[in-house]
Design a protein around this ligand. Structure first.
Ligand code: ADP
Ligand code: MG
Length: 287
């Protein structure tokens, strides 16, 4: 078993025009996210069995495992699409297990989807603006209760965040293009932009490089690293591309048959006998 050597290098300094940190971009950077003893059943299928792990603040944590291991189930439980039969999801010390999906965004959770979920017929900019919708609603409610100045400030902040996200992801020249005209890799980048426009404290990425070619994968890996390093956002990543996971994650959680079989640094996990067995048993290559 051999895992591809690192191809994604951290740059020593941010490109010109970016500051090292911009507190305005993240609502409150770096929340911790904990999954505690989560059980999930679908009829007779026991998809998750007492799954526990923590995504540390401002770090990249990856959840990996063979097909059917329960990765998507974990993801959907965190984002609220599935309600666990036991256990809790805790965001910065607050139990959010019972919080409805649409309210999790205002708690600071943003996600991308394994299959691109952009609105065709709308431009890149329009799609990104939809990401800020939840803060817009909060802002409007606030402005009813408070002042017009508060609303204007919220709108100006949203414009600023969108502008910086577009600049950050280097899609400025594409802002008025319809999303369906973009390549697959760029569409995935727009989806990331939309999630970032929500100013998340925790960013959930569902197979962000699935279906990408090598160059697109390296670009995306670079952007995910930048999001974590420069904005301090907590990233939880479900990914199949083992090389990419090992390159950018600080912590890796391995699932197999709905259970956590290993967790640790990439090098600890890579040499764990149970992990090697799980991947060999599933006839998948760790490459
Ligand atoms: N909505 C669902 N209904 C029934 N079974 C499901 C559902 N989602 C997942 N499962 C089952 O749960 C197990 C874990 O699936 P999943 O979380 O999709 O794994 P992974 O993402 O690691 O491939 C599988 O046995 C799968 O068939
Ligand atoms: Mg899956």
């Amino acid at each position: 078993m051999d895992i591809a050597a690192s191809t994604v290098q951290r740059t020593s300094s941010p490109p010109t025009g970016r500051t090292a940190t911009d507190g305005r971009l993240a609502a409150s950077a770096g929340a911790s996210l904990a999954v505690e003893g989560v059980d999930l059943r679908f009829g007779g299928i026991h998809a998750l069995r007492g799954v526990s792990f923590t995504a540390a603040p401002s770090r990249i944590t990856a959840v990996i495992g063979p097909n059917g291991a329960g990765k998507t189930s974990v993801f959907n439980t965190i984002s609220g699409f599935y309600r666990p039969t036991a256990g809790r999801v805790v965001l910065d010390g607050q139990d959010i297990t019972a919080v409805p999906v649409h309210q999790r965004a205002s708690r600071g959770l943003a996600r991308t989807f394994q299959n691109i979920a952009l609105f065709h017929g709308l431009s890149v900019l329009e799609n990104i603006k939809l990401g800020g919708h939840h803060t817009m609603r909060a802002g409007l409610l606030q402005s009813l209760a408070h002042t017009r100045a508060a609303r204007d400030e919220e709108l100006a902040l949203r414009d600023e965040v969108e502008r910086r996200v577009i600049d950050f992801l280097q899609i400025d020249h594409l802002r008025h293009r319809p999303v369906e005209a973009l390549s697959y890799g760029l569409q995935k980048r727009v989806e990331l932009a939309r999630a970032l426009a929500m100013r998340p404290r925790v960013l959930l990425l569902d197979e962000p490089v699935a279906g990408m070619n090598r160059e697109e994968t390296e670009d995306m890996a670079r952007f995910i690293l930048d999001v974590q390093e420069e904005w301090g956002v907590t990233v939880l990543l479900v990914e199949h591309d083992m090389g990419m996971v090992m390159d950018i994650s600080s912590h890796v959680v391995v699932l197999n048959f709905g259970e956590v079989i290993a967790s640790g640094t990439p090098s600890q996990v890579r040499s764990h006998p149970g992990v090697i067995q799980a991947y060999l048993g599933a006839d998948e290559e760790m490459s």
